[in-house]
Design a protein around this ligand. Structure first.
Ligand code: PHE
Ligand code: ZN
Length: 861
């Protein structure tokens, strides 16, 4: 762990220089052992251009056991900082190094580490330097040959990137395997796995008729839980051929599931490594949400084979080149598997829950950042999800045919290279025949644009005037902003007849303000704007509660319909928080009408009638009063529950299903039924807990069981403890389900949640060494607005204690959980003071990692 005894230095985008030496080939020879692994690397290096710089190889504090040049041991190498510097006379040499590393002491889970008795690697972004000395930057592309030797009994399976070429056994109880990846790749895509694993095999025949052998590797007991992931992989492979014309390029494609993993999954060439939560599923242990997440992540990593691996990033400032585009691709894939409207609603909800707060807080950064201290801190919702919105806006502006031509051009022109965001935009521009000069500001300016909207109507002349004005808030380091290009889909509806008065039109708002007139508008128009969430902006409109209720009933764009209801609820809840009185009538009416409307699918209904989260309500307010928000929201929930109780009960009965099946429709019905259960409980009905417990007992799937548990965990009912105990006992040996047990309690709306969470942190099943477990308790608690922001500061202190402890084990995961403490500007004086005191305590902790230092110090400013 690097100790910032002095302030760690920032890396700046403008300082990018091409590498002085390239490495066309590398051969790696591993003698694998958990305590002591020997790594012998042979690099062919070639001088690039005319210079007399030595070769610089990144390491992570190790010292090489030996260094050879062209087969001869040398001793004029030196260590400078973390780099091995090797003076070289000629323009091409063979450089060999030898190091010894200890995977079983690697708690950071970067480089080569042990998980559940197996050995695996994680190299993005800068983990390869923890394995061997190498120019560990994404613009150095090499062909890899890997040889692994390991004890045959403990590590019967040896996997690496590319295709297997040879294997054999030795007399001493070890065996070996060699793999070759013909595609030049950056070091962050290197991977190997050694372990005792079973495989679920499948095959896929590509569009040109090549057979690919697929394998999903897990511990033997988990084999029955791999069907869904394998199915999703096949769907993703076919989808990328059909929609983008992209074919897979190796003879094998392997996925390995591991329990200890810092992120969701990793797209290593031909050998994806996954957090097991994004692979393992069966109805008894995985929710519908988990099933969808698995398909999305499997597709995401697969899609990276083209958007990420065949074309990679020139430097880490270009991270969104692969991540934004790949998220956009996985979103479209998922939309094609079920309801596109519901998928869009879910994605926008996610964006608002994670990216909007980031963009308005101390860690705001552009989609293409200008500087970083630790690149791991930039795997953010802004790079991923806002990045995906940028691609979506370009796709909207180009239209489907030109967008496909533009991606074809991009894949064709930059295949085999390390490219930039600019390269991608230039392809959009060229193939789309449009000028994206001003649009490029989306990559450079942080902050969520706000658009204020007013619609005026002169009934006599039949003219409607739409006034639009944009404002991009200041963000750290960017006080002055320029107007951006905002693609807004709009349509007008008649307030009396409910019919559409115009076609849907795409407006490109690219000035500070603009006025648009519509003629022949004979009845009072109601504005539907940012349909489909065509731009990732905040709309501030003067639409009345009546207008919003009207749109929630009549809009023909499903997203806009959902959005109108959300806005109505949000306005009601913000006013209720401020005034202490909730004027519920408009919401009650609109929800009742939506539930009665014809032709709406259950999954949509379930989304439409859910209240905005407490966090999202807080994000609308200058000063967040977590208790008042909680009270207002609970009051509206109760009113909805009581007033519509017969409707919730009818839906609860109607949406019941005989036996579990996994189809989009069955999923939607489960979702709506569980939302109904939540409202029955909110109504205060005396039989609610018994209904939930009955569902808990009868459930033949985790979606229903967890929903029942959640309802009980939020209640004061005596059934609560019983359900928690039985849930724990039933899944005592299933780590992924125990995560749900912790998480459900950490998210509870009860007043004692802070104390419960503190107790759970001392539970025998709790550990900070497993990132999923840490996130399930500590991460979930941080987004429980009411519990985390307890007035006495106990929540802040708890989080800081956990982060300081976690930082010693796993800095990346610790840094990811810090942002809730950075919301201090939005709270009252006493809470602000308490939060800042904890941030200060973190920053002043001796031996702090760069990761946590960067997040905490930026959050105090
Ligand atoms: N590149 C991975 C993805 O988006 C995420 C990741 C980043 C995983 C860093 C591990 C480490 O799919
Ligand atoms: Zn990705």
């Amino acid at each position: 762990m690097a100790q910032p005894s002095t302030t760690p230095a920032a890396i700046r985008r403008e300082d990018y220089r091409p590498p002085g030496w390239t490495v066309p080939d590398i051969t790696l020879d591993f003698r694998l052992d958990p305590a002591e692994t020997q790594v012998h690397a042979t690099l062919s290096v070639v001088r690039r251009g005319a210079h007399d710089e030595p070769l610089r190889l990144d390491g992570a504090g190790q010292v090489p056991l030996s260094v050879k040049v062209d087969g001869v041991a040398i001793n004029d190498w030196r260590i400078e900082g973390e780099q091995l510097v090797v003076p070289l006379a000629g323009d091409a040499h063979r450089v060999e190094t030898e190091v010894v590393i200890a995977p079983d002491r690697n708690t950071q889970l970067m480089g080569l580490y042990a998980s559940g008795g197996n050995l695996c690697t994680q190299c993005e972004a800068e983990g390869f330097r923890r394995i061997t000395f190498f120019p560990d930057r994404p613009d150095v592309l090499s062909v890899y040959r890997v040889r692994m030797t390991a004890e045959a009994r403990r590590f019967p399976v040896l996997l690496a990137n590319g295709d297997p070429v040879a294997s054999g056994t030795n007399e001493d109880g070890t065996h070996w395997a060699e793999w070759h990846d013909p595609f030049p790749k950056p070091s962050y895509l290197f991977a190997l796995v050694a372990g005792d694993l079973a495989v679920h095999r499948g095959s896929f025949t590509t569009m040109s008729g090549r057979a690919v052998q697929l394998g999903i590797w897990v511990r033997a007991a988990d084999l029955p839980k791999t069907d869904h992931a394998l199915h999703a992989l096949r769907l993703a492979m076919a989808w990328d051929e059909r929609v983008y014309g992209r074919e897979y390029d190796l003879d094998v494609f392997n996925i390995v599931a591991v329990d200890d993993f810092n992120f969701g999954a990793m797209e290593n060439k031909g050998l994806n490594i996954f957090n097991s939560r994004y692979i393992l599923a069966d109805p008894d242990t995985a929710t519908d949400y988990d099933y969808d997440a698995i398909a999305a992540v499997v597709a995401h990593e697969y899609f990276h084979n083209w958007s990420g691996n065949r074309i990679t990033c020139r430097d880490w400032f270009q991270l969104s080149l692969k991540e934004g585009f790949t998220v956009y691709r996985d979103q479209c894939f998922s939309a094609d598997q079920g309801s596109a409207a519901v998928k869009r609603i879910e994605d926008v909800r996610g964006l608002r829950a994670s990216q909007f707060p980031e963009d308005s807080g101390p860690l705001a950064h552009p989609v293409r950042p200008e500087s970083y201290i630790e690149i791991s801190n930039f795997y953010t919702a802004t790079i991923y999800n806002k990045g995906a919105e940028l691609i979506r806006m370009m796709a909207t502006m180009l239209g489907p045919v030109k967008f496909r031509a533009a991606t074809d051009l991009y894949f064709d022109r930059f295949d085999g290279t390390a490219a930039t965001c600019e390269d991608f935009v230039a392809c959009m521009e060229e193939a789309g025949g449009i000028d994206l000069t001003q649009f490029r500001l989306w990559y450079a300016q942080a902050g969520t644009p706000r658009v204020s909207v007013g619609l005026a109507h002169e009934p006599g002349g039949g003219r409607a005037t739409l006034r639009l004005a944009q404002h991009v808030p200041a963000t750290p380091g960017q006080s002055v902003k320029h107007p951006m290009v905002l693609p807004l889909k709009i349509r007008l509806f008649g307030a009396e007849t409910g019919r559409a008065l115009t076609d849907e039109t795409l407006i490109l708002l690219d000035q500070l303000s603009e006025t648009i007139t519509f003629e022949g508008v004979t009845e009072r128009p109601v504005l539907s704007i940012n349909r489909g969430f065509s731009a990732p902006v905040v709309i501030e409109s003067d639409r009345t509660a009546a207008d919003l209720a009207f749109l929630s009933a009549h809009d023909d764009d499903a997203f806009a319909r959902y959005e109108a209801m959300q806005q109505l609820m949000l306005d009601t809840l913000v006013a209720g928080t401020i005034n202490g009185v909730v004027q519920a009538d408009a919401v009650l009416d609109a929800v009742a009408r939506t539930l009665e409307a014809e032709g709406l699918e259950p999954a949509f209904l379930a989304e439409a009638v859910l209240l905005p989260s407490e966090n999202f309500i807080g994000d609308q307010m200058m000063t967040v009063d977590p208790d008042a928000i909680h009270a207002a929201r609970e009051e509206l929930r109760e009113r909805l529950g009581r007033t519509l109780e017969p409707v919730w009960r009818r839906l609860y009965a109607e949406m019941a299903q005989d036996a579990y099946i996994h189809t989009p429709d069955a999923k939607g019905r489960r979702r709506l039924r569980n939302v109904a259960l939540g409202y029955i409980a909110a109504s205060g009905a005396p039989d609610a807990a018994a209904t939930a417990l009955a569902q808990f007992d009868a459930a033949d799937n985790m979606t229903d069981r967890q929903a029942a548990l959640t309802t009980l965990v939020n209640s004061d009912a005596p059934e609560r403890e019983d359900a928690l105990a039985r849930f724990h006992a039933r899944y005592a040996d299933n780590a992924l389900v125990l995560d749900k047990w912790f998480q459900t309690q950490a998210l509870s709306s009860r007043a004692d949640t802070g104390a419960v969470v503190a107790r759970l942190a001392r539970h025998p099943d709790f550990t900070l060494t497993n990132p999923n477990r840490a996130r399930a308790l500590v991460g979930a608690f941080g987004v429980n607005q009411r519990a985390f922001n307890a007035a006495d500061g106990s929540g802040y202190r708890f989080l800081a204690d956990q982060l300081i402890a976690l930082d010693r084990l796993n800095p990346q995961t610790a840094a990811k959980l810090l942002p809730p403490l950075g919301r201090w500007r939005r709270f009252d004086g006493e809470r602000s003071r308490l939060m800042r005191a904890e941030l200060t305590r973190i920053v002043e902790t001796p031996g702090l990692s760069k990761d946590l230092f960067e997040q905490a110090s930026k959050s105090i400013e």
